[in-house]
Design a binder for this molecule. Structure first.
Ligand SMILES: Cc1cc2nc3c(=O)[nH]c(=O)nc-3n(C[C@H](O)[C@H](O)[C@H](O)COP(=O)(O)OP(=O)(O)OC[C@H]3O[C@@H](n4cnc5c(N)ncnc54)[C@H](O)[C@@H]3O)c2cc1C
Length: 54
């Protein structure tokens, strides 16, 4: 299955990550290694508009 459409966000500071999540938290998911998040997105269990890489 293909990943649904989403915007990949790579903040280059914690402050920027916090600011982004404050503004878009409801429609975002944080990712670290992605080994759980991306398979769940492929299965449409999770459909964030933004994936924020920490
Ligand atoms: C092939 C394979 C084998 C596995 N074997 C095992 C096993 O033997 N035992 C086991 O326990 N697990 C196992 N797992 C599961 C694995 O432990 C999890 O997939 C892994 O811990 C997820 O870490 P990640 O960094 O990839 O998380 P991600 O997929 O990046 O994120 C997982 C969830 O945590 C959230 N998240 C990530 N970072 C943060 C953060 N900083 N703050 C808040 N929320 C955050 C994400 O939004 C998401 O909802 C396996 C997975 C795979 C793919």
């Amino acid at each position: 299955m293909r990943l649904p459409d989403f915007e990949y966000v790579e903040p280059d500071s914690i402050q920027k990550a916090v600011l982004f999540l404050k503004e878009h938290g409801e429609e975002s998911k944080i990712t670290a290694g992605g080994t759980d998040l991306f398979p769940s997105m492929k299965k449409r269990i999770s459909r964030p508009s933004y994936v924020v890489s920490l």
